[in-house]
Design a protein around this ligand. Sequence first.
Ligand code: SF4
Length: 194
Amino acid sequence: MARPVSYNLINKPLETDISMVDMPDGNIGEGFFATSLNKVIGLARRNSIWPLPFATSCCGIEFMATMGSHYDLGRFGSERVGFSPRQCDLLMVMGTIAKKMGPVLKLVYLQMAEPRWVMAVGACASSGGIFDTYSVLQGIDQVIPVDVYVPGCPPRPEAIIDGLIRIQELVGKESLRRRNGDKYKALLESYGIQ
Ligand code: SF4
């Protein structure tokens, strides 16, 4: 069936336009499918990530392109960008973070509910980038834990999408018990977070 628009150059079958998520591992039989709760929740979480963009400079412009129709982060279940930390589960930090912004960034992180993930987008957020100066934070992992670093100055939208896919892999595989584990608590304590 062709898409119901008149300006298609090449008519594509509708069903090949739709990407389906992979089924989790499990046991399948006639009329039933059995898997673990961990995998089902991982599947749901990884395909419905709500990003919170914390953009301070040029890398934020690349994020705008990533959200636009050409790259369209919505294809990964992440079109719902939120500006309330309490509703979001992925903090995307894009841009140069001055040291005086450090406590603000940490406060935003603390306002997010668990489980939460963090992506440092671009050289500035990952390491301070070219700004090796007294006023710039040399990487946001000095104030909050980071799950995925995206290199580039700025990273192209493809790189940001690659970062999101890596976050999805982490989210999908994460054990439901991880956030209550001693290792995770020790990680937060190393940042002074109880
Ligand atoms: S990494 Fe480069 S493009 Fe991104 S905020 Fe820093 S200077 Fe700008």
